[in-house]
Design a protein around this ligand. Structure first.
Ligand code: ADP
Length: 175
């Protein structure tokens, strides 16, 4: 093995994904149980381009992924045009099963990607880069034993590669 190859094989998805240990936890939405106010607070407090959706905080199994801009547009529209939608309305990314008490829920299932690409934390980074290239991904989620651990964006990959080679991220791989 060339030294470079050996090194590349040692870097795993878990080394590139966010959050890092010192970062705030991954910002996720739960498939049910959050209010419009709570979702809007997460949008306001962060600048991420998207949010993974999980079953619940206790059971962080991946349900889907929603883009920030789709969330913002849909909530704005619903607040303006949909009868009964208020801050306390429950946001549902699941199919609605029962009639919850309180104000009518806001169903946003139609705006989520229900099968976002996920890799395990032990996926070697060179394979991860290949997946990004071949599938033209903007982001991919990282799981461990089915639990959502983190996220890798295209920019995270570019930054990592630039660090490896001391090169300008923009010149490396995409574009
Ligand atoms: P980009 O990497 O293109 O700037 P983002 O603004 O979505 O895209 O992400 C900024 C950083 O935050 C990246 O390092 C990414 O891995 C991380 N990140 C993205 N989404 C989330 C999230 N929902 N929770 C925590 N960190 C995230």
């Amino acid at each position: 093995l060339e030294p470079k190859e050996e090194f590349e094989h040692k870097t795993l998805a878990m080394d590139v994904m966010r959050p890092r240990q010192s970062d705030p936890p991954l910002s996720v939405l739960t498939q049910s149980g959050m209010s419009v106010d709570q979702v809007e607070a997460i949008i306001a407090d962060t600048s991420y381009s998207g949010f993974p959706i999980v079953v619940s905080q206790e059971s962080p199994r991946l349900v889907g992924f929603v883009l920030r801009r789709d969330l913002v547009i849909s909530i704005d529209n619903a607040r303006r045009c949909q009868e009964g939608i208020v801050g306390a309305s429950q946001v549902l990314f699941t199919e609605q099963t029962s009639n919850p008490v309180g104000p009518p829920p806001l169903s946003l299932r139609s705006i989520i990607d229900l099968s976002p690409l996920a890799i395990t934390d032990h996926t070697p980074i060179d394979i991860t880069v290949d997946i990004f290239r071949k599938l033209g991904l903007r982001q991919c989620l990282v799981t461990q034993n089915g639990r959502l651990l983190g996220i890798i964006t295209k920019k995270d990959i570019l930054k990592h590669m630039a660090q490896m080679t001391n090169r300008d991220p923009e010149s490396i791989l995409f574009n």
